[in-house]
Write a protein that binds this ligand. Structure first.
Ligand SMILES: C[S@@+](CC[C@H](N)C(=O)[O-])C[C@H]1O[C@@H](n2cnc3c(N)ncnc32)[C@H](O)[C@@H]1O
Length: 309
């Protein structure tokens, strides 16, 4: 029941792409293969250098309860990990890349061949056909994983957005020559994921098994910078201040258990107050902060740790 409520929150109606200034994922290739195979909103690709400096030198099991594209996971490549995201289709894609890479690759190759061999109008029609298919397929099938990767590479800005009824509804992206299938990377990801347990649950449930000296990295939807921007109103609906407070309580509980905990969030008074008493570090990120070109720039973000890096 609780899980249902959380899921329905995660599928809230979002503004149209023309008006939304989305926190674009800027996933630069991580050092060496495998790299993230999905581009995800709020991706940490551009901050990997800074985050690496803040990661503990040694730790037991790695936990990432808000996985998204998993930029930090793929950078650290831990041998043992618990990975989670409330988005069941997203987790389904990781599960299939892990267990059935051949089936995902085979399906993706068919999609890539059809797409690259077609003129633009036919590409758009194909995109919408695959999007319809994606929306009716069960979450944990290799077909759905392949559709998600295909849509991620060919949709507008690599966004992931669902309607109020949980349908993926991002429009066609008109890319000339997108790299839809990166077989070597998917095989590398599959090998790395062999050491990971995957779940799709609210963040609290995803850290039940964390023990002393385990490392937990939280990258939740960010607290809004202001109450007015479209970017922040999306987050405000999706992950409210009460959720941020529950997350702080989980952070404190893990710290008491002897875990090493790191969290990224926006640099706001609200978040700084929540984590007063913990180590607070600032990093600079390139983010779209409003819908105008001038709204892009470097902004301060906060990283909190319960240990001195
Ligand atoms: C900022 S993104 C993570 C980005 C990721 N670190 C990356 O590099 O791509 C936040 C993720 O949290 C997930 N999420 C939102 N609410 C959640 C909840 N209550 N529990 C678990 N995951 C949640 C979203 O589906 C989204 O994928």
């Amino acid at each position: 029941m609780k899980r249902e409520a959380a899921k329905s929150k995660a599928t809230a109606v979002l503004p149209e792409p023309a008006s939304v200034a989305w926190p674009l994922a800027c996933d630069q290739p991580a050092s060496g293969s495998p790299r993230p195979f999905l581009k995800w909103a709020g991706g940490k690709g551009q901050l990997l250098g800074d985050l690496r400096e803040l990661v503990p030198g040694t730790y037991g099991t790695y936990f990432e309860p808000f996985l998204g594209g998993g930029a930090v996971y793929f950078e650290l490549k831990p041998q043992k990990a618990f990975l989670n995201d409330i988005n069941a289709a997203l987790v389904g894609s990781y599960l299939n890349v892990k267990r059935r890479p051949d089936a995902v690759i085979e399906r993706l190759r068919l999609l890539q061949d059809e797409y690259l061999g077609a003129p633009e109008q036919a590409r758009a029609e194909m995109f919408y056909r695959v999007r319809d298919e994606y929306n009716v397929l069960p979450d944990h099938t290799p077909q759905k994983a392949a559709c998600l990767i295909f849509l991620n590479k060919t949709c507008y800005n690599g966004m992931y957005r669902e309607s109020s009824t949980g349908q993926f509804n991002v429009p066609f992206g008109k890319y000339r020559n997108p790299r839809i299938l990166d077989e070597e990377n998917l095989r590398g990801a599959s090998a790395l994921l062999a050491g990971a347990e995957l779940s799709s649950a609210p963040f609290e449930a995803a850290v039940c098994q964390a023990r002393k000296d385990d490392f937990v990295y939280f990258d939740p939807p960010y607290h809004p910078l202001s109450q007015t921007s479209s970017f922040t109103s999306y987050h405000a609906r999706d992950f409210a201040e009460a959720d941020q407070e529950r997350l702080r309580d989980v952070f404190v509980d893990l710290a008491k258990r002897g875990c090493l905990v790191m969290l990224s969030n926006s640099y706001t008074e609200f978040v700084r107050d929540l984590y007063r008493g913990f180590h607070q570090h600032t990093v600079l990120a390139n983010r779209a902060i409003n819908c105008k070109a001038t709204g892009r720039g470097k902004i301060k973000e906060l990283v909190v740790t319960n240990y001195r890096p």
